[in-house]
Design a protein around this ligand. Structure first.
Ligand code: HEM
Length: 511
């Protein structure tokens, strides 16, 4: 072949390639659009959601995903398609089916993003059913207080330190006007309470009343990023693959860090080492950590578990207390009835007992209603449909589909009455026995169900009751800026700040 002919042939081939490329690309895109449209086609949802994960990304980016999830189920029904392989449900029966003990559903790949170490799961991130159940059996007695009779005492001690702090620094008098940021302060209280339960001592957050370990700062800066990456689950696999590279490992939290999550791990590591060296104290005289170690939790896993407990237990409960207080102090009818109940009750001093909080019906109704109107977790915590698929709300859903659990949507179920969007604790007291049972059966799902049911329910409810009672029986609390009482950003959990209040003495002169 002549040089001319060869050159001509190459030109034709190149031109052909250039002509074919857009055609091939178009065929791939069309095939992908058709596939995405047909897959899960019987399930309604926003028209553009099936094609990418951008609908989910946009919901998270808005920082108000709780509202977005609530509205999407209201608009399209109990089972809605919000991504290529992602559904969302607010249906109590579906929740129960997916989470039940006998269920074959598993935690989805989303949970990998919550791991502190990409190679090792902990109780909250373990996706393998048997491994999870084995670990849970070792950890549950500690969390539930069965091994720790001192649990309530530890809570009371920290609460007293916190109340003393308020009395000294936060109460407004005629001479001193204080804008007290309840959001931050409650966070410090909860960090110390949960750390005390885990390790046997507080971390000093209440005394210093600041972010001593930069823990909160790390949460506030990293959580919004982690939350968004978590929906691109492939990223977790890549991180796992490259996490052996030293420079990448340096980004992950380590007990050697001076601040942030790593610093907390460092504190936990020291206590774990000391416990292992000196031997675990006798049963019934211990911390959660002692209980876990005695039950066979490995030392390095225990370090991670303490850190995770601090995160899982403190943030959720702090948000619940803040939201409850906000709804009480901005609602005169509730405020009056609750303070009357609390101030007229003959209960122990200086701190009400857990048992006594249970005997205050209006307080209990407020706690239930606060959790219902403002659940502290909005992350979808997706579960994966088991092999063989399943039928949900009358529609076949193929195996491998991710089902998101919409807590804000669940808790506005019609079972709670026609005014579900209103904070009205009375609904819990007015309900007939049969209605109340139906309400309870939906409400209890907010702590999950079955083998991943929250292990901190008793703690959370106890802490909420005690804090509300002890604040409102000492002082009156007023929102400083009723037109914008706080800054609350929703990232699966909530980041809240600037909840400035005026705390005034009940017998004081300022009111
Ligand atoms: C109002 C406060 C709280 C709420 C609403 C809440 C809610 C939840 C939910 C929904 C889960 C299930 C996560 C999943 O999808 O798998 C969970 C799990 C868990 N929670 Fe809580 N929680 C609260 C407070 C606490 C506290 C105070 C602690 C302990 C200090 C705690 C410890 C745990 C643990 C260890 C798990 C994992 C259980 C397992 O996987 O077996 N929680 N919580």
């Amino acid at each position: 072949m002549t040089a001319f002919a060869e050159g001509f042939q190459a030109l034709v081939q190149r031109d052909l390639t250039w002509t074919l490329m857009p055609t091939v690309a178009t065929v791939i895109i069309v095939a992908w659009i058709i596939r995405s449209t047909l897959h899960l086609r019987k399930i309604p949802g926003p028209w553009w959601a099936p094609y990418t994960r951008l609908w989910l990304f946009r919901a998270l980016y808005s920082e108000r995903c709780a509202d977005v999830y609530l509205q999407v189920n209201r608009k399209y029904g109990p089972l809605v398609r919000i991504g290529p392989n992602h559904l969302i449900t607010n249906d109590p029966l579906t929740f129960r089916k997916i989470l039940g003990v006998q269920s074959k559903y598993t935690r989805g790949p989303w949970f990998d993003a919550l791991r502190l170490d990409p190679h090792n799961a902990n109780l909250i991130t373990e996706r393998h059913r048997q491994k999870h159940d084995a670990l849970r059996a070792k950890m549950a007695p500690g969390y539930q207080g069965k091994d720790i009779p001192q649990m309530e005492h530890a809570i009371d001690r920290n609460l007293l330190t916190w109340l003393d702090y308020i009395q000294k620094h936060a109460v407004t008098t005629q001479e001193r006007h204080v804008a007290f940021d309840m959001a931050r302060s409650i966070q410090w209280l909860l960090f110390d309470m949960v750390c005390h339960l885990c390790l046997g001592h507080p971390l000093g957050f209440i005394d210093q009343h600041e972010d001593c370990y930069g823990f909160q700062n790390v949460l506030e800066t990293r959580l919004p990023i982690v939350e968004k990456f978590a929906i691109f689950t492939e990223v977790n696999t890549w991180i796992k693959m490259i996490s052996h590279i030293p420079i990448v490992r340096r980004v992950l939290p380590s007990p050697k860090d001076k601040d942030g999550i790593g610093a907390i791990m460092g504190v936990a590591q020291k206590t774990v080492n000391a416990r292992i060296a000196q031997g675990i104290p006798p049963k019934h005289n211990e911390t959660m950590l002692d209980s876990w170690l005695r039950n066979g939790v490995d030392g390095s896993l225990a370090v991670t578990e303490v850190t995770i407990a601090l995160f899982a237990g403190s943030d959720t409960t702090a948000t619940s207390i803040r939201a409850l207080l906000l709804h009480i102090i901005t609602n005169p009818l509730v405020y009056k009835r609750l303070t009357d109940e609390i101030r007229n009750a003959a209960t122990s001093t200086p701190i009400i007992t857990e048992r006594e909080t249970k005997s205050l019906p209006y307080l209990q109704a407020c706690i239930l209603e606060g959790l219902r109107i403002f659940p502290p977790i909005t992350a979808l915590r997706e579960r994966v449909v088991p092999p063989g698929g399943d039928t949900l709300n009358g529609v076949y859903v193929p195996e491998g589909t991710n089902i998101g659990l919409n807590l804000p949507g669940l808790l506005r179920n019609e079972v709670f009455g026609p005014d579900v969007d209103v904070f009205r604790p009375e609904r819990w007291l007015e309900a007939t026995a049969e209605q109340r049972q139906r309400m309870d059966r939906v409400h209890e799902l907010m702590f999950n169900w079955g083998s991943t049911r929250c292990l901190g329910i008793r703690l959370a409810v106890m802490m909420m009751g005690k804090v509300v009672v002890e604040v409102l029986r000492r002082w009156d609390v007023v929102a400083l800026r009723p037109q914008r009482p706080w800054r609350s950003r929703c990232h699966g959990i909530f980041l809240q700040r600037d909840f400035d209040v005026r705390v005034v003495d009940m017998e004081g002169t300022v009111r």
